[in-house]
Design a protein around this ligand. Structure first.
Ligand SMILES: [Zn+2]
Length: 212
């Protein structure tokens, strides 16, 4: 059984969404400073690194929050699709031409974004590859339940609201910030477990793929 860790490592120098709280992990109690034990604390946006968005993030009101998402949605058979590095935006046309197996319900899309993680880029990249509205509608119409993308938003920078809204209203949950640089195209079993945070709009997750 081969396990692929597609989670980004949380650290103080990782790229974070512009304008959101950045991440700060520090030693609260430090043995090197004479304390009896090491205890760390973390302050961060919940939309950091590899994370799951809950519908509440964009729909608000009484829509589903992160701790209420069923785990059988985020766990199960998944397909990793490779798109060529020259794809700038994931449209319905791009997805229509890709060979997504019928009955796929969890789709992880590897784009050139995964190269950003592979080379350890610390600065936030605004020109990442994302879905446009046609791509989001395509996934809803195909009955997708989960879509994974390899940078920090499913939608384009500063133009992501409509893409998120289409997905959430269509019952598709986004996993954002997965690193697919080491994963070949094909079928896997996905295990994606967002932290169980009451009433939250999203949460960091440990996500792995197991080869089938
Ligand atoms: Zn998010």
């Amino acid at each position: 059984m081969r396990i692929y860790d597609i989670s980004v490592t949380l650290s103080n120098d990782m790229p974070t969404w512009p304008g959101d709280p950045t991440i700060e992990i520090k030693r609260f109690s430090d043995m090197e400073a004479g304390d009896a034990i090491n205890v760390s604390e973390m302050h961060t946006s919940l939309h950091i690194g590899t994370h799951v968005d809950a519908p509440f993030h964009f729909l608000g009101g009484d829509s589903t929050t992160i701790e209420a998402l069923p785990l059988n949605l985020l766990t199960g058979r998944a397909y990793v699709l490779h798109l060529p590095d020259n794809v700038d935006i994931i449209t319905a046309q791009v997805l229509g031409q890709a060979s997504i197996p019928p009955r796929t319900r969890r789709l992880l899309i590897r784009t050139r974004n995964s190269n950003i993680w592979a080379r350890g880029e610390k600065a936030f990249q605004t020109d990442y590859v994302a879905l446009d509205e046609s791509g989001a509608n395509f996934l809803v119409e195909r009955g997708m339940r989960v879509v994974g993308v390899d940078y920090l938003s499913v939608g384009p920078f500063k133009a992501g609201r409509e893409v998120h809204t289409i997905l959430f209203k269509g019952g598709v949950i986004p996993i954002e910030g997965v690193d697919l640089s080491q994963v070949a195209q094909g079928r896997y079993t996905l295990y994606c477990l967002p932290l169980k945070i009451a009433g939250a709009d999203g949460a960091p997750a440990r996500a792995i793929l197991v080869g089938v």
